[in-house]
Write a protein that binds this ligand. Structure first.
Ligand code: SF4
Length: 345
């Protein structure tokens, strides 16, 4: 029988499997969980309070699916650290650790590649390979914590892939990160970012954990959004906004809209007014992000344009931040590390 990745098991699943099928005592399961999630020990042979026989038994049945770091870059500007991981099947994904005065945030991946081909994204340009398992999603967090000797207290599903197209595994990983017996991270510290998979946004409102929702809007009209996000042909802007309204009706939570500002494309005063009108019935925060280097060759707007854009939204009563991308010297935006790695080979 092939070994199982212990990180793919929820706490309940692991407890049931080990106690009922493998006849292991409950406290032994708790010891192993503690070694992995709290002490960040990922080799059964290093779990010193287990007997040698039991360590060998665990090695026969399971592995702890932690990825190999094959490239780690740290920003000299703000310590942002970007990891390129190799998975057991040789595929690669990336994660980023971002350091703030009072917290460490992690941006994690949910798929190898991505099928959605957003024009400004290197991951989309490389196509879709496969979904990550729940364990492969969680392992990124555990591996970063161990390597950097940190505790991550905020997680954003905004790395490679569209989380809501790997819905079951994403939600299972969220529940496991939230589980007090595993990572114990409050739902308010977990954000799922989507390019706008409308039916799943409404389903997300029903999960029993109060996560945060972030929507990559990037343009206020279908004509513009069609050009940079092909998913808009399937789920156009008005359906996306309606899904956010339905989500908010159920959860009463503010939705964040990500808006990548592109010079001469979506940064005019009219664009700001269109955006304000589009989201006027919603409780929102708009993150305006000047576009990074990208496959389509888009350019950043000037500071003057960004300030005018933000002022128009603020005057309409909308909360806005203009977010300088962290880790700009190491290209820490979505998909870029993998692209560089491929280019180097
Ligand atoms: S921005 Fe996100 S959804 Fe769009 S192609 Fe890149 S990874 Fe996929």
């Amino acid at each position: 029988m092939s070994k199982k990745n212990i990180l793919d098991f929820s706490y309940e699943e692991l407890m049931a499997y080990m106690t009922e099928e493998l006849d292991v005592k409950k406290f032994r399961v708790d010891q192993i969980v503690d070694w992995i999630y709290d002490k960040h020990v990922f080799e059964f042979q290093e779990m010193s309070n287990l007997s040698k026989d039991f360590r060998d038994f665990m090695d026969e049945k399971f592995f702890v699916g932690i990825p190999e770091p094959i490239d780690i870059k740290t920003s000299k500007i703000d310590k942002t650290t970007k990891f390129l991981w190799e998975l057991r099947d040789g595929n690669t994904v990336e994660s980023v650790a971002l350091f703030y005065p009072k917290r460490v945030s992690a941006c994690i991946s949910t798929q190898v590649g991505c099928a959605l081909k957003c024009a400004f994204c290197a991951t989309g340009a490389s196509g879709f390979t496969r979904d990550l398992t729940p364990g492969e999603i969680i392992a990124q967090v555990l591996a970063m914590e161990k390597i950097k000797n940190i505790r991550i207290n905020n997680i954003v599903y905004m790395g490679m892939g569209e989380p809501l197209l790997n819905y079951e595994n994403t939600i299972k990983s969220v529940k496991m990160l939230n589980d007090k017996r595993l990572k114990n991270l409050g739902g308010r510290h977990i954000t799922i970012s989507t390019s706008g998979i409308v039916p799943r946004i409404e389903e997300l409102a029903e999960i029993p954990i109060e996560i945060r929702l972030s929507v990559s809007l990037h343009a206020p009209t279908n004509i513009q959004r069609d050009k940079i996000m092909p998913i808009n042909h399937k789920y156009p802007v008005e359906e996306l906004i309606q899904a956010c309204k339905n989500y908010q009706k159920i959860t009463n939570k503010r939705v964040t809209f990500e808006y990548t500002a592109i010079k001469g494309f979506n940064d005019s005063e009219d664009d700001a007014r269109n955006l304000a009108a589009l989201i006027s019935d919603l409780k929102v925060m708009v993150n305006v992000i000047p576009v990074n280097d990208n496959p389509a060759g888009f350019e950043k707007p000037s500071k003057r344009f960004l300030d005018t854009f933000a002022r128009i939204l603020i005057n309409k009563g909308i909360d806005v931040t203009i977010r300088a991308e962290k880790g700009s010297d190491i290209e820490a935006a979505c998909g870029q590390l993998k692209k560089r790695f491929i280019e180097k080979q």
